[in-house]
Design a binder for this molecule. Structure first.
Ligand code: HEC
Ligand code: HEC
Length: 261
């Protein structure tokens, strides 16, 4: 095994006898040498270096990737694939296909929408401050009419719906209701491919904004904030952990909710 160089120690050490700039140059050089000797070190340093990408190219790539290995892969690869290509080895050797697992909300269990799962993984890999981006993306996904892109090669008319949830289950149910198509139809598959495109595009927009130093706007719906004020961290009951829209599942029982009596 190669010994890894501790960057901070090296800067301190070099800074002792060279100027800070010179030390940084030397460290950069040492990093390159380390990369050549131990390629895995470059992969393990988070975040990977990120330069702004083209959101529309990401949308098309997400759609095409969906047909290779489903929604999570399509979204992740549309964002991280171009970064890995820019950076070359060892980044491009990343096992992208592992993200096939997220298809259908993880192997058809309809939990987290695979496009969001893939996007969140990409954000964690590429952003120095991932949480605001994931929050903004998930909140956008819950409320927007999606998919909001119509990729080249799409065969069916574009039909949009609002998921009101980050879950595959609600997302697909809301779409089959609006479209009157079956859950295993080619139309539904194409919709999820376009959704991979939409989510990849929005993720790239957010990553680009953050890279440009723009603040990331994010606010949960007031109804959700209301529920969280009692049931989430620091609330009087504090018996759940969630940011997702509460109403979709709990609306029917809220008439007799304890807070109303
Ligand atoms: C003012 C504080 C408060 C707010 C706001 C609030 N709750 Fe509650 N909720 C409570 C309390 C107190 C209980 C009873 C807890 C217990 O019995 O342990 C409760 C119970 C519940 C329960 C389980 C009991 C049942 O009725 O079946 C659910 C589910 C629930 N709340 C969901 C929600 C949702 C969703 C919202 C937002 C729409 C919400 N709550 C807003 C205080 C609140
Ligand atoms: C995807 C559907 C779904 C969403 C969205 C959801 N919940 Fe729940 N929640 C459930 C289910 C299912 C249970 C378990 C219900 C049971 O055991 O009767 C539960 C349980 C709870 C309970 C405990 C109930 C009890 O019996 O004590 C509370 C409180 C609660 N949810 C609040 C919330 C709040 C607040 C939100 C939004 C931040 C939320 N839930 C979002 C499905 C959901």
């Amino acid at each position: 095994m190669e010994k890894q160089i501790d960057r901070r120690k090296l800067v301190t050490l070099l800074g002792g006898f060279a100027g800070v700039g010179a030390a940084a140059t030397l460290v950069a050089h040492a990093d390159q040498t380390a990369t050549a000797k131990a390629p895995s070190a470059a992969l393990q340093n988070l975040p990977w270096p990120y330069k702004p990408l083209d959101p529309n190219a990401a949308a098309q790539r997400g759609f095409e990737g969906y047909y290779k290995a489903e929604c999570m892969y399509g979204t992740f690869e549309a964002i991280v694939g171009p970064v890995a290509e820019q950076l070359g080895s060892p980044y491009k050797d990343f096992p992208f296909l592992m993200f096939k697992y997220g298809g259908g909300g993880i192997k058809g269990w309809a939990t987290i929408c695979g496009t969001l799962n893939g996007a969140a993984a990409a954000i964690q890999l590429l952003s120095p401050n991932p949480d605001p981006l994931v929050n903004a993306l998930f909140e956008w996904y819950e409320r927007e009419q999606l998919p909001d892109v119509h990729p080249k090669g799409a065969k069916f008319p574009e039909i949009r719906s609002v998921a009101n949830s980050p879950l595959c289950h609600q997302s697909i149910a809301s779409w089959t209701k609006v479209s009157q198509k079956h859950a295993y139809s080619p139309e539904r598959a194409e919709r999820c491919g376009a959704l991979a495109g939409s989510v990849a595009k929005q993720t790239v927009i957010l990553l680009n904004e953050q890279a440009a130093g723009k603040p990331i706007a994010f606010a949960l719906p007031q109804a959700t904030q209301g529920c969280m004020s009692c049931h989430e961290k620091g609330g009087a009951v504090e018996n759940i952990r969630a940011k997702m829209n509460c109403g979709g599942c709990h609306a029917p029982m809220l008439g007799k909710h304890p807070s109303k009596s």
